[in-house]
Design a protein around this ligand. Structure first.
Ligand SMILES: Cc1cc2nc3c(=O)[nH]c(=O)nc-3n(C[C@H](O)[C@H](O)[C@H](O)COP(=O)(O)O)c2cc1C
Length: 441
């Protein structure tokens, strides 16, 4: 049997699946129920000076029949007294000594930070997560994402915490920033033992067309919230990858954002996360989703011959390059399987109006065909096709040639227009991957 046991900067848990700091981790009752169901760890709903929350507080983006593709909230940190939370942390650790209990924290002054760290350590927490990510309400008070967007402040507060902390410290990052590696590096410089990302993305999910107010509505008014759920996973995956590949970060990563099942979680692990955290999926479907997550990950590991998580954490990273390192000679073309085609012609419309006019309609019958000389292999037809594996992309080059953009330009093969632009002649935006890479170093 492969082992699912996980270790994030010395914080051990029976599996890599943690609940993220949010309503599902608001109380000891919920966390014990989650551990009973099979979750490996939980990050407590952020503790600090208790707040007063508003109602309503949630909104969602629904896509066709799918509920809550994206989820939006304007909730703040815990509204429960600190003493109650501390007592319950102690209780949870008594019943579940081998599960990870992490205290998420957000306060203001150095004294408050250092005091609350001691409080949660005394209660028995296994680790601390600094919430520098909340992008609504708390940031207007100078906390949450207001800290996450200022690397020097983030570093300073992290080092205050590290002065007193005896347990590992995780810095939770805000995605509301241009380059996630800047706060990630600052966290490492401040002494953080790990980073977690992402917190929510600042958002408005929609506007009520009759009441002229955005959602969620609080007595006729609204405010921007934080976006999460399946819609944010691509953004979070990219940020996790950026941190994992960055030599200045070099501390373990806890991946968060849109995880609903074992596949989502495994993608994060393959991109370098040592474990994952889940919020929206549990708010949507309940703690029971953990059963599919653990059994799915176990089967995957068995199938691939992995004995432990370390066998595949980060395994996809070497295959993610900057654009100019991709092979320009790799050539695929679309192929339609007539036996599977349901003749909806969605592929035809998409390619005709939105791509390269590489799909034709027959004079007789309704099954479209590919015009190979026009097909650039973009994938659009296979993405819009409602039938699985009806349109596949078939390799046409013989695999013998490989040349990336850098070599292509160096060999003088770039079109004149590109060279003119590089010389600044046209005043257009000029892609300069090399200089961006230089900045990174
Ligand atoms: C209603 C709600 C409340 C949240 N409260 C907190 C919080 O108190 N502290 C925190 O660090 N993150 C909080 N989050 C953010 C989540 O921990 C998580 O980072 C985010 O939702 C992305 O994960 P997901 O896509 O699985 O939901 C909250 C999210 C939601 C939806």
């Amino acid at each position: 049997m492969p082992s699912l046991s996980a270790n994030l900067a010395g914080i051990k848990s029976p599996n890599p699946f943690w609940l993220a700091s949010a309503p599902p981790t608001n109380s000891g009752y919920q966390i014990m129920k989650a551990f009973d169901a099979g979750w490996g760890g939980a990050v407590w709903k952020t503790l600090g000076v208790p707040v007063i929350n508003v109602s309503s507080r949630y909104g969602s983006v629904n896509y066709r029949s799918n509920r809550m593709v994206g989820f939006n909230n304007i909730e703040l940190i815990t509204d429960r007294p600190l003493a109650d939370n501390l007592r319950e942390i102690e209780e949870v650790k008594k019943y579940f000594p081998n599960h990870a209990v992490i205290a998420s924290l957000m306060v203001e002054t150095k004294e408050e930070w250092q005091q609350i760290v001691k409080d949660v350590e005394n209660a028995g927490a296994d680790g601390i997560e600094l919430n520098f990510g909340c992008p609504h309400g708390m940031c207007e008070r100078g906390m949450g994402s207001a800290v996450g967007q200022e690397p020097s402040i983030l570093q300073m507060i992290t080092s205050w915490v590290k002065e007193v902390a005896k347990i590992p410290v995780i810095v939770k990052l805000t995605p509301n920033i241009t380059d996630i590696t800047e706060p990630a590096e600052a966290a490492a410089r401040g002494g953080a033992d790990a980073i977690s990302l992402i917190n929510t993305i600042q958002s408005l999910v929609g506007v009520d067309l009759d009441r002229f107010v955005a959602y969620p509505i609080v007595d006729g008014k609204s405010t921007n919230g934080g976006y999460c759920g399946p819609a944010v996973k691509p953004i979070a995956l990219n940020m996790v990858k950026n941190c994992a590949q960055h030599s200045g970060v070099n501390i373990p990563i806890s991946g968060i954002g849109g995880i609903e099942n074992w596949r989502d979680a495994t993608e994060y692990l393959l991109l370098g996360a040592s474990n994952v955290q889940v919020c929206t999926a549990v708010m949507h479907y309940g703690f029971g989703i953990i059963r599919e997550m653990t059994s799915g990950l176990e089967s995957y590991m068995r199938e691939k011959g992995f004995e432990r998580l370390d066998d595949f954490i980060g395994k996809a990273l070497p295959n993610i390059k900057t654009w100019e390192n991709l092979n320009l000679h790799y050539d695929v073309k679309a192929h339609i399987d007539p036996a599977k085609c349901i003749q909806c012609q969605l592929c035809y419309t998409a390619c005709e109006d939105g791509a390269h006019q590489a799909i034709g309609l027959p004079v007789e019958g309704r099954i479209p065909y590919i015009i190979e000389e026009n097909c650039v292999g973009c994938n659009l037809c296979s993405l819009v096709c409602p039938v699985e594996n009806c349109i596949t992309m078939v390799r046409k080059d013989d695999g013998s040639q490989s040349e990336n953009w850098k070599d292509f330009v160096a060999a003088g093969k770039a079109p004149d227009s590109f060279n003119d632009q590089r010389a600044g002649g046209l005043g257009h935006w000029v892609p300069e991957p090399a200089s961006a890479l230089e900045r990174k170093k």
